[in-house]
Write a protein that binds this ligand. Sequence first.
Ligand code: FES
Length: 648
Amino acid sequence: MKTYSITFLPDNKTIEAAAGKSVLEAAAATGIAVNSVCGGDGVCGKCRVLIKSGKVTAKPNMFLDRLDIQRGMALACQTFIDGDVVIEVPQESRVGGVPQLATEDAIRYGSISGWVGEGALFPHNPLFQKVYLELPKPTITDCVCDQERLYRELRRNRDIGVMQTGLAVLQRLPDILRQNDWKVTVMLGRRGQTLEVVDVEPGNTAAYNYGVALDLGTTTVVAHLVDIGTSKTLATKAKYNSQISYGDDVISRIMYASTAERLTQLRDLVVNDINDLIAGLVVEARVKLHDVSIVVCAGNTTMIHLLCAMNPGNIRKDPYIPTACSPPTIRAAEVGIKINPRGLLSTLPSVASYVGGDVVADVLVSGMMRSEELSLLIDMGTNGELVLGNKDWLVCCSASAGPSFEGGGITCGMRATNGAIERIQLGKNGDVLSCNVVGGGKPLGLCGSGLIDAVAELLKAGCIDRRGRYDRAACGSRLRENESGGLEFVLFTGRETALGRDLVLTEADINNLIHSKGSIYMATESLLDHVGMTFDDLKHVYIAGGFGNYLRIDQGVRIGLLPDLDPAKFKYIGNGSVQGAKMALFSQEALLNIQEQIAGAMTYMELSTSHKYMNEYSSCLFLPHTNIEKFPSLLSGVQKEAEIGVTG
Ligand code: FES
């Protein structure tokens, strides 16, 4: 097959690619992650690249206008190699760098104080322990075998049930014991009901025992390095999940992983991310990689399938059956994670295809399963997961919110990284009064919280009506028609942005957000209805998830994403995944609680079988809702607007 030379700028990386390969595939093969919210289906418009020279064949698309095409702009996934080419990948089309907010989140919400330790909820009883032993030497009257001698000493003063030791350890055991005067450190790892002698080290190494708590998200991977003996967090890091090049959401990833080769490819991408993070953590904390003994991972069901290279195909097919909700604890090296070669990988259990170990961890951290009072937990992302209940029962569901909270499907949407508007305040005619940009400087786009702010502020200013349509009179000169005939509002002109072009919000963008928020709100109402309760019965609402922590509750209520309740009932729980993983790592009792009292007790409700959800979803496609009575705190404002003829 004919191949051509492809050079990517400004990286100046060149590879040979076969004729007909897409620019997106060529970039991924070069290690350049291009935004591909839709996984290369040509429907998100986020993979814009600039063809500087050379021959390509491009399929028509609706995201580029005449001027863009004249400038050489193309969609990477819809453009195919037809000769030697030089391609520039602009900043806004790249996935990369550090997910700023996720990193801050990881640092702000990592504490487990009050959860594990003396006088806390769970005892300090780690999943992986190192025990120093000075064994009595064998004699003619004490002639048990080496393995039994080790077990006998371990069981002294300890309540240990079933134990096992692998052959590789037994093969080395006689020499290690005798060469070290019977003074050794035993590495003990919990694997289900069994305690495994994972390895035996010469001398006393018990003080050097570290673990990694992982939040394996569809968008970001967050890792905390912990000292298992002291329960201290030594370092934290986050990065984007490199699988993003193959789609932003779990469905795109599942579709991509349709062959064994591609499944392994996705597994390797995320394992490389995990290895990068761990390598950075040990350098920062001055810890030897060899002393990292265990990784405990909380992630959604699909991410855990991909990490373990288990076929995720049935997760997206009716009746949505995962391969396993509780994969066994395995050697981390089996999936390619680089820690101590005999170290372990443990994952938190899932409940169903769309309610994973990350949500189970959120529930643990919220404490809702210990309260008499009714609580609701909402984990917001491309999938919104909701859990309702109290100490006696828990019911959960998952709503497909679409990618708009992560900036997908939004003309100037982006993830919460440097350059993203995370907060914005607008005045009359939609004039910008203030704006917070992640990392400072000129804005590049809107992340989820910024998008919600912008729409809520435009609604408050009367620039959009309750259907999300622009009001020409109220918007003034900031409103214009775009090439596809739709209306767009210019939040910032090209001079004010780091984009080099205007930063706009189109009616189609607002419509996408309305669908996302409608899906979450309707799921909440359906879950309550399912158990015969109403919003009035709710005592606490916990907000979890990547962007959830940056969401302003009042703005969430204004657009109808969140129920109109007393603001004091809302509480952010931060990164529950990494916190839950950490608790499980430090306490076998916490893991048991996660397995039995949370995952094992949660009843899953499939929303597609809910008549209420199906029948009433369209009533949520208004700002905030067709029935404004459901939002009493907004009622007076809307009535006032109606009187002066602002609303549609
Ligand atoms: Fe190219 Fe979505 S349009 S990845």
